[in-house]
Design a protein around this ligand. Structure first.
Ligand code: 5RP
Length: 218
């Protein structure tokens, strides 16, 4: 309950960055759900949104917010999304909800990426949260073997398919001392679509709440 309050406060703080007349990039997850609900109060001031998942698209549409195909949106000022872990460099582990690939795409397009999170997501070092990797189904075993060579323990996420029709391997016990290097290394494995390290493209701003105040990191 208290973490819900913190998520809501962080989400509502992000509204300040939404420019009237713009299209807003929207992430996925329980924290983002609070953002979508808050964004509904501005729905007449914005053009609409681009979404990183079917779940967020549905929630946006339920609020009467138009959802555009990213291909038709040449410029995106702002992307707001949550995180499973965030460090002081605003590098993150994401993908707990399995939407990492579309999240990474929208984050790549956006000029400003704001991470909204409750303070339980703040970590000194990334890696306690198992790192999600989206994988083409036929490459699952090969990718898992390559991940073992990197020192991780991959576990197939049971009964789960991404919005792109792929599977997720959650990697436990991985040393993430060098997040940017590891992000690149994992992307080099054939069959990997994306990994949940958001280190090369970190958040520009993080709004972190403990349920009483919101701290801005930039
Ligand atoms: C989904 C994500 C989410 O941002 C992440 O899992 C955080 O979710 P929540 O706000 O529910 O804690 O990356 O793929």
């Amino acid at each position: 309950m208290s973490s819900d309050n913190a998520k809501k406060m962080a989400a509502e703080a992000a509204l300040e960055y939404v420019k009237p007349g713009s299209v807003v990039g929207v992430g996925t997850g329980s924290t983002v759900n609070f953002f979508i609900d808050a964004l509904a109060s501005m729905k007449h001031d914005i053009d609409g949104a681009v979404s990183s998942s079917e779940a967020s698209t549905e929630r946006l549409r339920q609020h009467g917010i138009a959802v555009f195909d990213l291909n038709g949106v040449p410029e995106l000022e702002l992307y707001v999304d949550g995180a499973d872990e965030i460090n002081r460099h605003r590098q993150m582990i994401k993908g707990g909800g399995g939407a990492l690939t579309r999240e990474k795409i929208v984050a790549a397009v956006a000029k400003t990426f704001i991470c909204i999170a409750d303070d339980s997501k703040q970590v000194t070092a990334l890696g306690d949260f198992p790192l999600p990797v989206e994988v083409i189904p036929m490459a699952r075993s090969y990718v898992a073997r390559q991940i073992v060579k990197l020192g991780g323990d991959p576990v197939l996420r049971e009964n789960f398919k991404t919005d792109n029709g792929n599977v997720i391997l959650d990697i436990y016990n991985l040393n993430i001392g060098k997040p940017i290097e590891l992000e690149e290394k994992l992307n080099q494995i054939t069959g990997v679509v994306t990994n949940g390290l958001f280190a090369a493209r970190s958040a520009d701003i993080a709004l972190i709440s403990d349920g009483k105040t919101v701290t801005t990191l930039k």
